[in-house]
Design a protein around this ligand. Structure first.
Ligand code: ZN
Length: 355
């Protein structure tokens, strides 16, 4: 058990180095640009790509002994991960989701009931990449035998260097830290979720080999659905004039969407990969100036995020606040009860707001 957990908790060690690298970059500031001898050249942030090595392999997975009629007990941290797990595991798993509706994955901590669920699980699927930052101490100290599997194993994470490079007006100012580390919101590139599907299928199949053919069949069917979704998003984006493909968000949630489908990131009310920070007055003023200069027409705000600050910024600029589902799904009878429906809903809301 300890060995299994260790195998996961080795992964973030590379991530732990990231804040140091980023801090060095922030500390050097714009004035140091080009001063190669101090190592402050902005290209020196290249090593943040080491983050791509952070989640390289699945942990060791041994078949679980299940009694007759007993199902594999699976926990997913977020509703989005739970939906993707459900698509692959179907009726052969007993699935619990940790985060309730409206919860913020960055700040959520486990309740006593969650702890019981976690300790009884065979496997716990998490995002990894720092999304469940507030829950890390709990996940590190579980009493049960659950194996912890980050669905993002094999996904190439976006780093501060790439985020800063997207909006050239931001340049290399780095007057904020973008949270720290890498962008955990990987599900906004559908191809990343195809990697999740692979990881989930492999994990379930190794823990519960008796149902491996069923998991494989479900994963294959779902992959085709995701490929269709990916094409659908590309077609939808084409209906937005290129110069209007501008994204302003509550925190930096849509970096993968921008990179994969051709949007430009203008900025975020909270210039961070996490919600566990607050913007300074200077950062808000800079964002307003940025929005004005590029002519962005909307701020996209996650349904699980307090929209007050975004509404204030939007009011000042006379632009729209558009709610989208960034980190959770809707109720089953709502417009975004699955990952695929969520992406469809969001892209439609974005297209309508921008074109
Ligand atoms: Zn977030």
């Amino acid at each position: 058990m300890g060995l299994r957990r260790l195998s996961y908790w080795q992964f973030p060690f590379v991530l732990l180095l990231l804040p140091l690298l980023l801090a060095a970059c922030v500390a050097s500031g714009p004035g140091a640009t080009g001063s190669v001898s101090t190592g402050a050249d902005p290209h020196a942030v290249e090593p943040t790509h080491a983050a791509t090595e952070a989640l390289q392999a699945l942990p060791p997975l041994e078949p679980v002994t299940l009694a007759s009629g007993e199902k594999l007990r699976v926990v997913a941290s977020t509703q989005i991960i739970a939906d993707v797990v459900r698509q692959v595991g179907g009726e052969y798993i007993e699935l619990a989701t940790l985060l309730p509706a409206g919860a913020d994955p960055h700040s959520y901590t486990a309740t006593p009931a969650d702890l019981r669920t976690l300790n009884q699980a065979h496997v716990i699927f998490i995002n990894g990449l720092g999304l469940e930052e507030a829950m890390d101490p709990v996940l590190e100290n579980l009493e049960g035998d659950a194996v912890l599997v980050p669905v993002n194993v094999g996904v190439t994470p976006r780093s501060l260097a790439e985020e800063a490079g997207t909006g050239e007006e931001h340049g290399h100012e780095h007057d904020h830290e973008h949270g720290q580390g890498v962008d955990p919101h990987t599900w906004f590139d559908v191809r990343n979720v195809m990697i999740w599907v692979q990881n989930i299928q492999e994990t379930l199949s190794r823990l519960d080999p008796a149902h491996a053919p069923a998991y494989q069949e479900a994963a294959e069917r779902y992959r085709q659905e995701l490929e269709a979704l990916d094409r659908e998003i590309r077609t939808a984006v084409e209906s937005i004039p290129p110069e209007k493909r501008l994204l302003v968000t509550d925190h930096e949630t849509l970096g993968y969407l921008a990179a994969a489908y051709g949007f430009k990131l203008v900025g975020a009310v909270l210039p961070s990969f996490s919600t566990m920070a607050a913007p300074s007055a200077r950062e808000l003023a800079a964002l307003q100036e940025q929005i004005r200069s590029v002519g962005a027409t909307a701020i996209f705000v996650g349904t699980n995020v307090n929209p007050a600050l975004a509404e204030q910024v939007a009011r000042d600029l006379n632009i729209a606040v558009v709610p989208i589902y960034t980190e959770e799904l809707s109720a089953p009878d709502g417009p975004a009860p699955t990952y695929v429906a969520m992406m469809r809903y969001n892209i439609q809301a974005i297209v309508e707001a921008l074109r």
